[in-house]
Design a protein around this ligand. Structure first.
Ligand SMILES: NC(=O)c1ccc[n+]([C@@H]2O[C@H](COP(=O)([O-])OP(=O)(O)OC[C@H]3O[C@@H](n4cnc5c(N)ncnc54)[C@H](OP(=O)(O)O)[C@@H]3O)[C@@H](O)[C@H]2O)c1
Length: 160
């Protein structure tokens, strides 16, 4: 099972705000996110799930929370750790899963991921949640593609 990270990152590294809201809205970037992740499980932190407001359609939504009684509804699976989510998806025979954020989840997910699909937006953003450093010693750039308002960088783990 392949583990992929997908994120949209402002030029200054910002991905969001700890108060919950996304600092920008890009329909085209969201379309890219949707078409890339459709059909695959998406794993996210509880705050990211709450900022979305509802489950992402056409994908198994797995929300990470340490709260004993957290209940976001029937359509969503709650897991206590990334490892538990990986084990569940592996047992369910998914060929690929996406770790979709936010700031608490990306650093841990990056340790396990085989690939990363990073949209770098054409602007800086205001926020206090940032994407971790992408170390050249660990990640090689496989491809990049310019889109309207952002550029998609596809990284592969050097040792995979
Ligand atoms: N630009 C992007 O690509 C992108 C992607 C995703 C999110 N975002 C933005 O990022 C912001 C939210 O990020 P955030 O860093 O504040 O929160 P987050 O990472 O989405 O969620 C944090 C919560 O997840 C749970 N959690 C974290 N690590 C866990 C672990 N190892 N095991 C189990 N549960 C764990 C905890 O929930 P409990 O408190 O319930 O225990 C924690 O409070 C929002 O602004 C969102 O819009 C941006």
């Amino acid at each position: 099972m392949k583990i992929a990270i997908i994120a949209a990152v402002a030029k200054n590294g910002v991905i969001g705000r700890s108060t919950g809201e996304m600092p920008w809205h890009s329909s085209e970037e969201f379309r890219h996110f949707k078409s890339t992740t459709l059909g695959f499980p998406v794993i996210m932190g509880r705050k990211t799930f709450e900022s979305l407001g509802k489950p992402l359609k056409g994908r198994l939504n797995i929300v990470l929370s340490r709260q004993e009684n957290y209940d976001p509804g029937n359509e969503v699976k709650v897991m206590r750790s990334l490892q538990q989510a990986y084990d569940f998806c592996r047992d369910s025979n998914y060929e690929k899963i996406f770790v979709i954020g936010g700031g608490y989840i990306f650093p841990e997910g990056m340790k396990d991921a085989d690939e990363m699909i990073i949209s770098v937006m054409d602007f800086n953003a205001e926020g206090d949640v940032c994407f971790p450093e992408i170390k050249e010693s660990e990640w090689k750039l496989a491809s990049s593609e310019k889109r309207n308002g952002f550029e998609v960088f596809h990284y592969e783990r050097r040792d995979s």
